[in-house]
Design a protein around this ligand. Sequence first.
Ligand code: HPA
Ligand code: ZN
Length: 335
Amino acid sequence: MKNFINNIPKAELHLHIEGSFEPELMFKIAQRNGIKLKYNSVEDLKKEYSFNNLQEFLDIYYEGAGVLINEQDFYDLTWAYLEKAHEQNIVHTEIFFDPQTHTERGIEFSTVINGIHKALEAGKTKLGISSKIIMCFLRHLDESEAIKTLEQALPYKDIIVAVGLDSSEVGHPPNKFERVFEKAIRKGFLTVAHAGEEGPTEYIWNSMKLLKVARIDHGIRAIEDDELMKQLATTQMPLTVCPLSNLKLKAVKKMEDLPLKVFLEKDILATVNSDDPAFFGGYINENFQAAADALALTKEDIAKLAENSFRASFLDSETKRARVNEVKEYYEKNK
Ligand code: HPA
Ligand code: ZN
């Protein structure tokens, strides 16, 4: 099973690039930029990686991102993720970045996007990984801040495929961002949103109704609402599930409680992703493995999840078809 998971071609659709910041690289970049972290060593920092909820994680995540100053830093961060993705047979990735985490500290929008974009371009030519960029608005900030951020993104419209919504979910419902999403859609962006990670099912409904999302990020609390489960299946609305994230942030008590297998049984287009792999103890294959172990996933389930990752992606339909066929061939050869 381990080899089957490792070698199956797959797409990653829920990955915060700032969440792929490994402590070793964080210290290296901090030193390069003459910034002193709150922690004395990689070991001290890693000791902090135990979280009771989303907010406890976000506090450390934003602190780490604070050492990213120059375009090269964003390039190095993205490149390190791509090397890992390549090792794990990710052939397509759609990554989130949080511009406000950086522009709020006085870093130019262009510094952030250019560093990430150049690394992704190198990922295409050197590693054969195709990619898309999704810009997330921080939902704990005001909508007016999100509107400013959208305006900053307009010159980069050709390299940013979609806008999303992340950070502290509870208390920051989708309707807070209805106008900025409407504007983003008018400008030609696709939309996605984190919903139903910690927040109620109403946030999933309203992300679909008000924000017109093409995918729901996480969405695990959909399991609490039968009508919503039916709606997700009928509309084939993708869910980007992140098993280790949900476990580490205590969105589920134990991995056995993750509704991933149920989603598959109900014909919901669920996918497996790593969210913030440097913080949650694993990249995409470790996420597949942890879910497979706890939920007794079969090779057929794994293949279905890999197939779903391409179906749920923002690739063009011809490429999607080709990738889905690769997964099917792989399954037939290795089942
Ligand atoms: N949820 C919300 N915001 C985030 C996450 C997440 O899992 N990771 C990084 N920002
Ligand atoms: Zn996320």
